[in-house]
Design a protein around this ligand. Structure first.
Ligand code: ZN
Ligand code: ZN
Length: 109
């Protein structure tokens, strides 16, 4: 299940994202792309229109100021033939976007 947190994109970061990516339509708000999580560190995709294999992300933690970060795409695709790629960034927390997890995640304790 996807995280339901949204964050309004600060105007200065939206402008910076446009300048860095040449993408003229940066959304005014982004939804966290991670699977549902409890740690309060959210990541929303601003644009992947920049350099190949990278994307600009908005990171925020609770109500703290959001940060603009340039990250490489997650290289992990689903382990099946024609497996779909992951829509997140390299070394992200939580699950890959192609991981549908109907069963409970095992407890780490
Ligand atoms: Zn989140
Ligand atoms: Zn991934």
């Amino acid at each position: 299940m996807r995280c339901t947190h949204w964050r309004r994109v600060p105007l200065d970061l939206a402008r910076e994202a446009r300048e860095r990516s040449d993408d003229t339509c940066i959304d005014r708000a982004v939804q966290c792309q991670l699977s549902a999580h409890d740690d309060g560190r959210h990541s929303g995709l601003l644009t992947d229109a920049g350099a190949y294999g990278t994307a600009l992300w908005l990171h925020w933690h609770g109500t703290d100021d959001a940060q603009l970060v340039l990250l490489s795409d997650c290289p992990v695709a689903a382990p099946v033939s024609d497996g779909e790629g992951c829509c997140l960034f390299a070394n992200h927390a939580e699950q890959h976007t192609w991981e549908d997890a109907p069963e409970e995640i095992p407890c780490a304790n």
